[in-house]
Ligand binder design. Structure first.
Ligand SMILES: O=C(O)/C=C/C(=O)CC(=O)CC(=O)O
Ligand SMILES: [Ca+2]
Ligand SMILES: [Mg+2]
Length: 409
């Protein structure tokens, strides 16, 4: 499959990828609408859909895509998502559409990208066995590395959807309470253990009714796509506040996601079996087509690569997380977002947080400029990139998530 556009066949954002985002042009910054990335261009999707004509499926999508978020498109559900992808592929591959489409392509460096989704509910899971056992050893050295429920259910917590920000947004160092072992009483001030968590975020559509549940087999009908997600975490605030109700202010100050949502439909070639869940056996409601995803991540701080986590090693799959999230009858909303949890592998250079990479700051990392880090300093820029295998030996680019730490206010 090839496009009439001048995009190299090995471009990670070629015709095999086609992620969705929300953009405005620098000339007209107030008019936000849905765009589709192809190469280093952004297609104004609603403008092209509104042209109508052959192949004829565009017009009903034009209205959904004219909005400043993907939510109305997410609400249309999986059949419309499939039609849309087919239609976009058609207009970008058959050059009969070239004259109509070309005026609606904008250079990536002439647009501003916005938060792609108005995030409804945000949940973060804890699905990497290596991450969970590392954090268990660090935070709870007197207990077993994994909690007793860990292999029976995908553990998660509800986060703060209103502080999910788009890639490129600065992150203000959070302030709060901490109490180290040597402090007789809690201390108030800016976090001194500010960390990252490299994760995938799953974007949900096709809202469901309260009281119903979604099976593992049906989950893919609600999983629209993925983003890269950085769950910024203040480890000192977290360690003091989290017993017994779990993460709260230590993680709610900001969560960054990529500007482009990669549709699950682009990741057919990345589906892999899960590493294995036979011991202990899982309950039947968590069984089904629980595919894993072979996504390769790279985490860098100020340009130095510090880790290469592999999503394929995750114990729990997104379909199982979605089934678990709704097993009690909780409804799904268009724009729900859930995180995979920190992606860590067995080797030291595949850990997805500084907490693990530096073993709670005791084994600092050295960056290319010779400076060392236990945790993040003001001015540090953290960037996560990723790719997944696509059709015919191509790579599907997963758009980066980046953010810079600014001083506490
Ligand atoms: O085990 C803990 O007490 C804390 C774990 C985390 O901070 C990780 C978390 O947010 C879930 C995850 O990203 O895996
Ligand atoms: Ca997390
Ligand atoms: Mg967060």
């Amino acid at each position: 499959m090839s496009t009439w556009l001048d995009v190299p066949a090995d471009h990670p954002f070629g015709i095999q990828t086609l992620p969705y985002g929300v953009f405005a042009t620098t000339d007209d910054p107030e008019r936000r609408r849905v765009g589709v990335r192809i190469g280093d261009l952004v297609l104004d999707a609603s403008a092209v859909a509104a042209l109508g004509g052959d192949p004829g499926d565009g017009p009903h999508l034009a209205a959904a895509w004219a909005h400043p978020s993907l939510n109305p498109f997410l609400a249309l559900g999986p059949d419309a998502w499939a039609t849309a992808r087919w239609w976009l592929t058609e207009i970008l591959t058959d050059d009969v559409h070239r004259a109509g489409v070309e005026p609606h392509l904008h250079a990536l460096d002439r647009v501003v990208l916005h938060l792609p989704v108005e995030v409804a509910d945000y949940v973060d899971f804890y699905a990497s066995e290596d991450h969970a056992s590392n954090v268990g050893q660090i935070f709870r050295p007197d207990n077993a590395a994994l909690p007793p429920n860990w292999k029976h259910l995908p553990i998660g917590y509800h986060g703060r959807s209103g502080t999910v920000v788009v890639s490129g947004t600065d992150v203000v160092r959070p302030t709060g309470q901490r109490k180290g072992p040597a402090d007789p009483v809690p201390v108030f001030g800016p976090s001194i253990r500010l960390d990252i968590e490299a994760e995938l975020g799953y974007v949900v559509g096709g809202a469901t009714e309260l009281g119903t549940r979604v099976s593992v087999d049906d989950a893919a009908r609600h999983l629209f796509g993925i983003v890269l997600l950085n769950d910024w975490s203040a480890r000192d605030l977290q360690a003091w506040e989290y017993v017994p109700l779990g993460p709260f202010l230590g993680k709610s100050f900001a969560t960054s996601i990529s500007a482009w949502v990669t549709p699950l439909a682009a990741l057919g070639g990345a589906r892999v079996p899960l590493p294995g869940q036979s011991d202990p056996a899982i309950l039947p409601y968590l069984e089904g087509d629980a595919f894993g995803l072979d996504v390769h991540l790279e985490v860098s701080i100020n340009g130095t690569v510090v880790s290469r986590p592999e999503h394929s090693g995750m114990y729990w799959s997104p379909a199982q997380m979605l089934a678990h999230m709704t097993v009690n009858g909780a409804s799904l909303r268009d724009g729900d977002l859930f995180g995979s949890g920190t992606i860590s592998g067995p080797s030291k250079d595949s850990r997805g947080s500084l907490l693990e990479l530096t073993w709670n700051g005791t084994e600092p990392l050295t960056l290319a400029d010779g400076s060392t880090r236990g945790f993040l300093e003001d001015g540090d820029t953290v960037t996560i990139t990723a790719w997944a295998p696509g059709p015919d030996g191509t790579r599907v680019g997963i758009s980066e998530v980046t953010g810079t730490i600014t001083p506490a206010r």
